[in-house]
Design a protein around this ligand. Structure first.
Ligand SMILES: Cc1cc2nc3c(=O)[nH]c(=O)nc-3n(C[C@H](O)[C@H](O)[C@H](O)COP(=O)(O)OP(=O)(O)OC[C@H]3O[C@@H](n4cnc5c(N)ncnc54)[C@H](O)[C@@H]3O)c2cc1C
Length: 420
């Protein structure tokens, strides 16, 4: 299928496809049902991705990435998504990928050196700490309870490598309780979202902070047990921030602009999620078609049964629509930096389509789909969260509906309708 991606995008995707076919998918097959894949193996894959010029392509070359435009890297994300190992191998994996993007976009030079560059290199990892337990921020982030307040006490940063001008500056003190912070229990630093102006509407009174995980007062309560795949390691932590003191220079972006920055992080991150999961769904259908072509029942191949062929045809059509929608939204982001409605539409449609595609692939492969001999069981456990993370379906539909009803008042359309 032709998507009119740029030449650059097609070249990157072709290299990524070759890497996936030759190295990543064979490694995945070795560890299916026997994961997670060891760190050493991931490091080898990353070295190879570097040699092929497809390592962290989305970040500027001056920070260790490939320096490619957003819409040029998205088809590579689709390729990466064909295995749960792909994104990790090419360093386009969540949540680090979204965190890198945020620091690159709004971070200071010092923050880029201290946090972004080691993150790109794969020497450290990060978490994004926004969601809170039930009485706080979840689908409705306005309910955020975590606070950051200025404390004007002298800080004890003697001997620190921080910029001199700020060594004796004010400190922020963060108090709060978060959970579902992906890889929060192993991250070296966390981007924490906290209210900084309790009197303002939360959209105008919330900020982002870079918090080192070994900062006193950061307590990893526990990794939340969860549904999830076996071939790659994944964890989501409950974290308490108790009187966590951090210097002024760790404020990320503008004070009180945390929601704007989170939105700038989330819009592209939602699209890269869509791309990875589209790749996963594409591979799931490829596995199903290969099985159906190979397997006979009731005197013919499964791939010759019309009802199954129609199911696959319907799903291929929907996946084509997902790829098209995501590219449209990505191009809008690339030109206008913002594409709220196209992103919400893509996210809901992609999440539901990919979930149903993987479910269909499992149905088509019978018991084998449930086994861990094929990647489908892992895909099934991975894809379910996609309808919830980065905004549940209903939250995005709310945004789409608000836009859809903006011009609803239109008496002319009802002119011929009798009124009684
Ligand atoms: C695998 C995974 C990874 C995650 N990673 C991170 C992370 O790294 N950092 C982070 O901060 N958070 C993370 N989250 C949290 C995620 O962002 C939240 O789970 C999500 O925003 C929903 O919030 P909640 O769980 O509090 O659900 P709730 O807010 O309690 O909502 C529950 C359900 O209510 C429904 N609902 C909500 N609003 C409406 C409405 N207006 N109308 C109708 N129905 C509605 C939706 O179906 C929703 O799923 C992660 C979650 C998962 C599962």
């Amino acid at each position: 299928m032709e998507y009119h991606d740029s030449e650059q995008a097609q070249e990157l995707a072709a290299e990524a496809r070759e890497f996936m076919n030759e190295r990543v998918i064979p490694t995945e097959r070795e560890y299916l049902g026997d994961g997670p894949v060891p760190e050493g193996v991931i490091a080898e894959l990353r070295d190879e991705a570097r040699e092929r010029g497809i390592y962290c392509p989305q970040i500027g070359a001056e920070h260790g990435g490939g320096g490619y435009d957003f819409d040029d890297v998205l088809p590579l994300f689709e390729e990466a998504g064909r295995s749960l190992l792909g994104a990790t191998a090419m360093r386009v994996d969540a949540p680090d990928e979204g965190n890198m993007h945020t620091i690159e976009l709004v971070g200071t030079e010092w923050q880029k050196e201290e946090y972004l560059e080691p993150l790109v290199a794969g020497d450290i990892s990060s978490g994004f700490s926004m969601t809170e337990p039930r009485s706080g921020a979840g689908s409705d982030p306005k309910m955020m309870q975590t606070r950051a307040e200025k404390d004007r006490a002298e800080q004890s940063s003697a001997g620190s490598a921080r910029p001199e001008a700020t060594q004796n500056g004010d400190e922020w003190v963060i108090d709060g309780h978060k959970w579902w912070t992906t890889q929060g229990d192993e991250a070296d630093f966390l981007i924490v979202m906290a209210r900084t102006d309790p009197d303002a509407h939360p959209y105008n009174g919330t900020s982002l902070f870079l918090v080192d995980a070994d900062n006193p007062g950061v307590e990893i309560v526990e990794p939340t047990p969860h549904l999830g795949p076996s071939v790659v390691h994944s964890s989501h932590a409950e974290i308490r921030y108790d009187n966590v003191r951090i210097p002024e220079e760790n404020l990320l972006g503008e004070l009180n602009e945390g929601f704007t920055h989170a939105q700038e992080r989330l819009s592209p991150a939602r699209l890269t999620h869509c791309m990875r999961y589209t790749g996963m769904a594409t591979r799931a259908l490829n596995v199903a078609k290969a099985y159906m072509h190979d397997r006979e029942a009731f005197d013919s191949k499964l791939s010759e049964k019309q009802s199954q062929r129609f199911d696959i045809a319907g799903m291929e059509t929907r996946l084509h629509a997902v790829r098209t929608m995501v590219r449209h939204a990505a191009r809008q982001i690339a030109s206008e930096r913002e594409a709220r409605i196209p992103v919400s539409m893509s996210k809901v449609f992609a999440a539901n389509t990919t979930q149903e595609a993987i479910d269909l692939a499992i149905q088509c492969t019978g018991g084998s789909g449930i086994s861990r001999h094929l990647p489908l069981a892992d895909f099934h456990e991975s894809v379910r969260a996609f309808r919830i993370v980065d905004g549940a379906d209903e939250v995005h539909k709310r945004v789409i509906a608000r836009h859809a009803f903006e011009d609803a008042e239109n008496p002319d359309e009802l002119e011929n309708l009798p009124t009684f």
